[in-house]
Design a protein around this ligand. Structure first.
Ligand SMILES: Cc1cc2nc3c(=O)[nH]c(=O)nc-3n(C[C@H](O)[C@H](O)[C@H](O)COP(=O)(O)OP(=O)(O)OC[C@H]3O[C@@H](n4cnc5c(N)ncnc54)[C@H](O)[C@@H]3O)c2cc1C
Length: 434
């Protein structure tokens, strides 16, 4: 019988373990809790979810719904348990957190192919192993990984700016240009008048923020006296002075606004996130503002009145690898090919995505799964982890990952439904032909 070690009995690790067991592999599943706890987990149960109890929407017009449909096609086990322990939450799949993690723990402890070992792992030998130790990987294991890879390949928190759909921008206002017309015009620019700029700064100053958890505040303080300068939340920059942004990240130099034929008072630049240029990152807008506030405040940016957000900004504690640099397409480490990676530490973001990542790595090892179609969210999340990137950041499921569907008339809802339908059909077809 084939054997594998899995480090971390969280969402990715337990999904992977169940996949191996189903295929008659023997699994040693190492989970350090309850002997050693993380700063966010409260129990010794496997697959404990640490914050919200929602796996997000089930609707096919949402990226999260499509990802779940794809995961079901791929034979996901944890989603079945989530359905069995679901609580009413409209169109979302939300669970009773205790019942969910208890059920996963019970199923795994009764599984003859899986042995749970409650020990902290702090080094990894030459046996086939999956690293699924999550965003709160223990310090000793983090130390081992940074020695294995070099410190610069490991990040300790996300400072993520929101991303918006390209087709939701107002191109009567937004213009494409590089500073001083040098090089390729890769950026979109949102030009502010004086009034618009100060209104935006004012809104940033009064926006409600997420409270950082106590352990996060400690971490941020350790990293620098506050935040790394290039990760400073935009609202914190705005607080430092009403002109800080327009002399910094929103400086308008070298950018002539074609509408007025001169330099705007301030400019927010948008950088594309994919080669199809279907979605854009708001440069310098990493933020701790609450999601609802982000929508309202960032829509004050000229040209973004109706912006559709594929992802909101956030800054939180998160240990993750610079995967595109150090991981092979089959999710094994380039410099240690018996070691594979799964879950949030690989560079996905969110509960459902972490489960997906555990499922993916397991299926790659078990079935030698070939690359999934680029019309699927699962395929694009996989590509995200292994495609070269200057500024690699964890990614959640979103429609911006998918190649565009051209439509004669703009109809966002229909477009999402068509993207979802195409994704599921192409994955079904792909799996049929394997
Ligand atoms: C504070 C916080 C809140 C979050 N809230 C949300 C949310 O509301 N919604 C959402 O979608 N996502 C959220 N996330 C992001 C993410 O989806 C979850 O963290 C998710 O649980 C990640 O799954 P995982 O399997 O990669 O890691 P985990 O589920 O954390 O599993 C990793 C496991 O590895 C164990 N472990 C760590 N080090 C070792 C070691 N050395 N030896 C043995 N075991 C070890 C840990 O105890 C843990 O059980 C949050 C993350 C954090 C940190």
């Amino acid at each position: 019988m084939k054997k594998i070690n899995i480090i971390g009995g969280g969402l990715a690790g337990t999904e992977a373990a169940l996949q191996f067991s189903k295929n008659n592999w023997k699994v040693n599943l190492y989970e350090m809790r309850p002997k050693k706890m993380t700063d966010a987990h409260n129990t010794g149960n496997l697959a404990e979810i640490v914050c919200s109890n929602s796996f997000k929407s089930k609707l096919m017009g949402t990226s999260s719904g499509v990802l779940k449909a794809e995961m079901n096609l791929l034979g996901c086990e944890l989603l079945k348990i989530a359905e069995e322990t679901a609580v009413p939450a409209g169109n979302a799949l939300a669970v009773d957190r205790d019942k969910f993690s208890q059920k996963v723990t019970d199923i795994i402890s009764k599984d003859n192919n899986i042995t749970v070992i409650n020990e902290e792992i702090n080094e990894i030998g030459n046996d086939l192993t999956i690293l699924a130790s999550g965003p709160l990987t223990s310090p000793a294991l983090t130390e081992y990984i940074s020695k294995l890879l070099g410190k610069e390949q490991l990040y300790f928190f996300d400072a993520i700016a929101p991303i918006v759909a390209a087709d939701s921008l107002n191109y009567d206002i937004v213009f494409r240009k590089s500073r001083y017309d040098k090089g390729e015009a890769d950026y979109l620019n949102c030009p502010f008048s004086k009034e618009e700029y100060y209104r935006f700064v004012e809104a940033l100053n009064s926006g409600e923020k997420h409270e950082a958890k106590e352990f996060e505040t400690k971490l941020f303080k350790e990293i620098s006296f506050n935040f790394y300068e290039n990760c400073t939340p935009i609202e914190e920059l705005a607080r430092r002075g009403k002109d800080t942004l327009r002399y910094g990240v929103m400086r308008p130099v070298g950018l002539i606004d074609p509408r007025i034929g001169k330099r705007a008072f301030a400019v927010l630049q948008l950088r594309t996130e994919n080669k199809e240029k279907s979605y854009y990152n708001l440069v310098g807008c990493q933020t701790m503002l609450k999601y609802g506030e982000q929508k309202e405040i960032f829509r004050l940016i000229p040209g973004m009145e109706n912006a559709e957000f594929y992802r909101y900004g956030s800054i939180h504690r998160n240990t993750y690898l610079n995967s595109p640099e150090i991981i092979n397409p089959n999710m094994s480490f380039k410099n240690k090919d018996n070691l594979f990676v799964a879950g949030q530490i690989a560079g996905v973001e969110g509960y459902t995505e972490s489960i997906f990542s555990g499922l993916l790595t397991a299926k790659i090892i078990i079935d030698d799964l070939p690359m999934l179609p680029e019309t699927t969210i699962s395929g694009q999340l996989w590509r995200h982890l292994i495609s070269p990137s200057k500024n690699f950041q964890p990614m959640n499921s979103n429609f911006g990952l998918l190649p565009e569907i051209k439509m004669e008339k703009k109809n966002k809802r229909l477009k999402k439904e068509l993207l979802g339908k195409r994704a599921v059909e192409s994955l079904s077809e792909f799996l049929k032909n394997l």
